[in-house]
Ligand binder design. Structure first.
Ligand code: TA6
Length: 295
């Protein structure tokens, strides 16, 4: 049996003979769905998510580039929309690049370059760049990797992040391990610099923190529910992990966040390089990746 791929004008989906599947929206190269062999959905997607290209997708794995959040004091990116333009741009499907022989894995490649950008976005950030995003599905993991190349004559600075919305049953029984004793910026408390205790992260209200895990990117960040591990995230060259749950009020305030109590069923653990600016010299490339293992 072979890997099957279907490529419509707005989406690409792939499935393994054993039943695992992924679906990617070409708008933003946003992974919308990742299902295990039994069809159990692993990502959270708002029922109010816009999938017609009019707004960044609320859920799945939106891509953040070249700025995380907004950066009013960073001249070059200060005019960009929140989280940059990658998640609001139409990407090209470049094809699958797994060896024909393997039916236990499929890798889909997507591209976005300065030429693809609409004129407005190009005006706001006039650098020549290339993005190559690959999504690899195998029987027990999903890997998403981004290669950023500077194709112009001047260096540029960027931040990047994989804004993964994990589907969980009940946020009140979720813990995130692997961030113990690590520094973080608490965006819910005046962006104060704090240090995580030796306990895992637990949730009892709006949570919005930028961690730089002390043990480095190869140390797993593990999302568990009721004491049972569900997801284990290993990073490559992405030193930060953003942990976010909007809770009641922020969920109520987002027009595309549905159902309104959906905050109970999602948690964001986002691998990124966001606590400082990455400088990319002309002709250079940056690669960052996450691999999410199902436990
Ligand atoms: O990743 C956390 C965060 O930066 C939060 O501060 C919140 O703004 C979230 O991203 C969603 O941002 P969005 O622009 O998608 O509404």
């Amino acid at each position: 049996a072979q890997v099957t791929i279907s490529h419509g004008n707005s989406r690409v989906s792939a499935s393994l003979p054993s039943g695992e599947s992924i679906e990617i929206l070409l708008y933003g190269a946003t992974v919308l769905s990742w299902k295990d062999a039994s069809g159990d959905e692993k990502l959270w997607l708002s029922e109010g998510a816009k999938l017609d290209g009019t707004k960044a997708v609320r859920g799945g794995i939106p891509l953040v580039f070249p700025v995380f959040g907004t950066a009013p004091d960073h001249e070059a990116t200060s005019k960009l929309p929140q989280h940059g333009f990658a998640r609001n741009s139409r990407w090209e499907f470049l094809g699958k690049s797994t060896s024909e022989s393997s039916s236990n894995s499929v890798k889909l490649d997507f591209g976005l370059s300065s030429e693809n950008l609409d004129e407005a976005a190009r005006q706001l950030w006039p650098y020549k760049f290339g993005l190559l995003y690959s999504v690899t599905l195998d029987r027990e993991s999903l890997k998403t990797a981004l290669v950023i190349t500077n194709e112009g004559d001047v260096p540029f600075e960027f931040q990047t992040l994989l804004h993964t919305y994990f589907r969980i049953k009940d946020i009140s029984s979720v813990q995130i391990a692997g961030l113990e004793d690590s520094p973080y910026v608490d965006k819910v408390d005046a962006a104060k610099a704090k240090t995580q205790s030796s306990d895992p992260v637990a949730f009892s209200g709006e949570t919005d923190r930028v961690y730089t895990p002390a043990k480095g990117p190869s140390h797993p960040v593990v999302i568990s529910e009721g004491g049972a591990a569900k997801f284990s995230i290993v990073r490559d060259n992405l030193d930060d992990v953003v942990v976010w749950n909007p809770w009641i009020d922020k969920a109520a305030g987002m027009g595309d966040f549905e159902p309104k109590d959906g905050w109970k069923n999602m948690v964001c653990a986002e691998a990124g390089a966001v606590s400082s600016w990455q400088k990319l010299e002309k002709g250079d490339a940056f690669e960052g990746a996450q691999t999410i293992y199902l436990k």
